[in-house]
Design a protein around this ligand. Structure first.
Ligand code: P6P
Length: 337
């Protein structure tokens, strides 16, 4: 239920209001996020309008380009990337941005003092689903620039921080409705885009990820490419001892994670023979979702360690990912570790 605080006329709480209320409750959650997050939400509204129209306007299909990941870039990928880069470019307190679509990070402003934030993002995750009208999403992670790193060292030493240093993280799912879920370290909150108002309004506050869940989510087609320990888990999960289970796999990380956050269960993308380091990206997919999962009472691991304690070594570094209900992640780890 939306917040019923005094600042919620008609029961509507917008995202900026929610951040400012959090600032009043937690002085360290500075209102500066409002300005950065308003840049991200503006971009997501632009993306949403294009995603909704994709079927009508010639923006479906490939842009005949390949990105740094070696993946064919869809036209909406390019539009989403530009929308976020431009929206953040005028925020003033964002110094560095880094995108899944760009080989290198972009230093927006040199002067350090006011430009304390670094924003990393996957502008349109699951883009291979665009043409078949399956939910896709945007994921973002916000870090602060480190004072102990000289600017002369360039942006990478600033960016390559473990997930525990995130000051905020979130994602948007462009689905049957457009929802934004975020955390600044004080719980996980869900907003739904009200197209009439043109604003994200609070729909669920302090979401808790169920401690257990009977849904497991993985691409079973790869099972025989997974390490044997993961195969052993996937065999166990189908036994009577494991109880009644369901397999759900959308193939869009943001959509699979959003279901896991709300319904519980576990999503796993293990190492494969083709990608022994995992497929999903650490900095702008696994870490932001891990921050949200932990803030909601869940867990996230790479199979060997807590996801948010991994020390990144490269901007586009990939990682195996096991994320979801605490008890379900621990069960997978009991096979894998
Ligand atoms: P596979 C989409 O391309 C993506 O990066 C994630 O959104 C999704 O979870 C994963 O890849 C799907 O990968 O190998 O199962 O098609």
């Amino acid at each position: 239920m939306p917040s019923t605080s005094s600042s919620a006329p008609l029961g509507i709480v917008t995202l900026p209001q929610h951040i400012l209320e959090a600032q009043r409750k937690h002085p360290t959650a500075t209102g500066e996020f409002t300005w950065v997050l308003s840049g991200i939400t503006l971009a997501c509204k632009i993306i949403e309008s294009q995603v909704r129209r994709a079927g009508l306007v010639d923006i479906l299909g490939s842009a005949n380009q390949v990105n740094v990941q070696g993946e064919e870039v869809q036209k909406l990928d390019l539009l989403a990337n530009e929308a976020i880069r431009q929206s953040l470019g005028y925020r003033g307190n964002v110094g560095i941005v880094a995108s899944e679509e760009d080989d290198e990070p972009t230093v927006l402003q040199k002067t350090r003092p006011g430009t304390k934030y670094i924003v990393l993002f996957d502008p349109l995750d699951g883009s291979s689903n665009i043409d078949v009208n399956v939910s896709i999403g945007t994921i973002f992670s916000i870090l602060e620039q480190r004072e102990d790193v000289p600017e002369t060292d360039g942006p990478l030493p600033q960016i390559l921080q473990p997930g525990i240093n995130q000051v905020a993280a979130g994602y948007v799912v462009y689905g049957s409705s457009t929802v934004l879920t975020y955390t600044t370290g004080f719980g996980v909150h869900l907003f739904t885009l009200n197209p009439e108002v043109g604003a994200f309004v609070l729909s669920r506050e302090n979401i808790r990820l169920p401690e257990s869940g009977n849904i497991y989510s993985t691409n079973e087609a790869y099972k025989h490419d997974y390490p044997e320990s993961y195969q052993a888990y996937l065999d166990w999960v189908k036994t009577k001892e494991a109880g009644k289970r369901s397999l759900r796999y959308i193939g869009s990380l943001v959509a699979d994670f959003h279901r896991t956050l709300l319904k519980g269960g576990v999503f796993l993308y293990p190492p494969t023979i083709e990608q022994p380091g995992g497929k999903l990206r650490l900095m702008y997919e696994a870490n932001p979702l891990a921050f949200i999962a932990e803030q909601a009472g869940g867990m996230a691991s790479d199979g060997n360690q807590r996801m948010m304690e991994k020390q990144p070594t490269a901007l586009h570094e990939r990682t195996p990912l096991i994320i979801g209900s605490k008890n379900e992640v621990e069960k997978v780890l009991s096979f894998v570790q």
